[in-house]
Design a binder for this molecule. Structure first.
Ligand code: CP
Length: 307
C-alpha cells in the first residue's frame, strides 16, 4: 500500500504531487463508500479525534466530523467560545489538556497563521490544519481539486482563475500550491489592493479585469471579501466591488463555453456572486461540499497510517 510522506497535514506547500494524487485517489474510494446504504467503514476504530476550532466554521467542521464518524473514529468537539480560552488558557495548554484525555489526532482551525505548525513542534498527535488565518486551508484545496477533476479529468494544462479577495484568503494560497503541483495554470484576479505583494513571485498570472479572467479560464473559483480580516478599507464600497468584480449568470452564459464555477463558501450573495450565478448549471458549489467529506476521510485515513 502507498503511504503519504507526512505525519501532519499543515499545508499543501509541504505535500508532494504524489501525496496529492494519493489523497485524491483514496477520496474516490471513500466517495463510493459514503454513497452506499451503509456509509461507515471501521478504518479508524479506536482512534480518537478532537476537532479544535478557535474560529467559526460550518462546512469544514461538519465535514470533518462526518468524515471521522464515517471512519468509525471517536470524536470530541471543542469551540473556543464557551471554553476556558475565555479565562486566558493558552493554545498549548488547551491542546495538551485535550490530549491528556488520550486523543490521537487534532483537527484545528485558528485565526493565527502558523498556529498548527507551532503545535506540531510540541505535541505527538497528528495535526490537520483546518484553516490558519490568512495562510493555508489544505483540505479545501484538496476538495476543490477533487471536484475540478470530477468535471474536467486530469488538471494538467487546465486553466483556473481565482477571483476575489486573494490577500486575506487561505483558500487562495492552498489552491495555488495544489493546482501548480497538479500541472494546472493559475490566474488570480481582483483589485490591486486585495492581491498580496508576493503574488507575482509564485508563478501565477495576475489580472484585474474579471471579464478577461473568465474568458481565459476553464474554472472560476470565486472567493468572498473577508471583511472580518480587514482593518482598513481596501475598496470604496461593496457596491463598487460588486460592479467591477461581481459575477452574474449572464456573464457566464455569454462566454459561449463550458465554464465551471466554484466557491468555497460562505457566499456573500450579491457581492462576489449573484444568486442566479451561484445556483446556475455552471456552479459545482454543492458538489464541493459533498466531496469535502470523502476528501477529509482520505486525509484522516492516510495520516493515521503514519502512527
Ligand atoms: N469553506 C470553508 O472553510 O467554510 P467554513 O468556514 O464554513 O468551514
Amino acid at each position: 500500500m502507498q503511504s503519504i510522506s507526512t505525519k501532519h497535514l499543515l499545508g499543501i506547500k509541504d505535500l508532494t504531487a504524489n501525496d496529492i494524487h494519493l489523497i485524491l485517489e483514496t477520496a474516490k474510494e471513500f466517495k463510493d463508500v459514503i454513497n452506499r446504504p451503509i456509509k461507515k467503514v471501521p478504518s479508524l476504530r479506536d482512534v480518537t479525534i478532537a476537532n479544535v476550532f478557535f474560529e467559526n466554521s460550518t462546512r469544514t467542521r461538519l465535514s470533518f466530523e462526518l468524515a471521522e464518524k464515517r471512519l468509525s473514529a471517536d470524536v470530541v468537539n471543542f469551540s473556543a467560545s464557551g471554553s476556558s480560552v475565555k479565562k486566558g488558557e493558552t493554545l498549548l495548554d488547551t491542546v495538551n489538556n485535550i490530549l491528556a484525555m488520550k486523543v490521537d489526532m487534532v483537527v484545528m482551525r485558528h485565526s493565527s497563521p502558523g498556529a498548527p505548525h507551532y503545535l506540531s513542534k510540541h505535541i505527538k498527535a497528528n495535526i490537520v490544519n483546518a484553516g490558519d488565518g490568512t495562510h493555508e486551508h489544505p483540505t479545501q484545496a484538496l476538495l476543490d481539486a477533487f471536484s475540478m477533476q470530477e468535471k474536467l479529468g486530469d488538471l494538467a494544462g487546465k486553466k483556473v482563475a481565482i477571483i476575489g479577495d486573494i490577500l486575506h484568503s487561505r483558500v487562495a494560497l492552498s489552491n495555488i500550491f495544489c493546482l501548480q503541483k497538479l500541472g494546472a495554470e493559475v490566474m488570480v484576479c481582483g483589485p490591486n489592493t486585495l492581491l498580496p505583494k508576493y503574488i507575482r513571485e509564485i508563478g501565477v498570472k495576475v489580472e484585474h479585469n474579471v471579464q478577461t479572467a473568465l474568458q481565459w479560464c476553464d474554472v472560476a473559483n470565486v472567493l468572498r471579501i473577508q471583511l472580518e480580516r480587514q482593518q482598513i478599507k481596501y475598496f470604496p464600497s461593496l457596491r463598487e466591488y460588486s460592479l467591477y468584480f461581481g459575477i452574474n449568470k449572464k456573464m457566464l452564459d455569454e462566454l459561449n463555453k463550458d465554464i465551471v464555477l466554484m466557491h468555497p463558501g460562505p457566499i456573500n450573495r450579491g457581492v462576489e456572486l449573484t444568486s442566479d450565478a451561484a445556483d446556475s448549471h455552471h456552479s459545482i458549489i454543492l458538489d464541493q461540499v459533498e466531496n469535502g467529506v470523502a476528501v477529509r476521510m482520505a486525509v484522516l485515513y492516510l495520516l493515521a497510517q503514519q502512527n
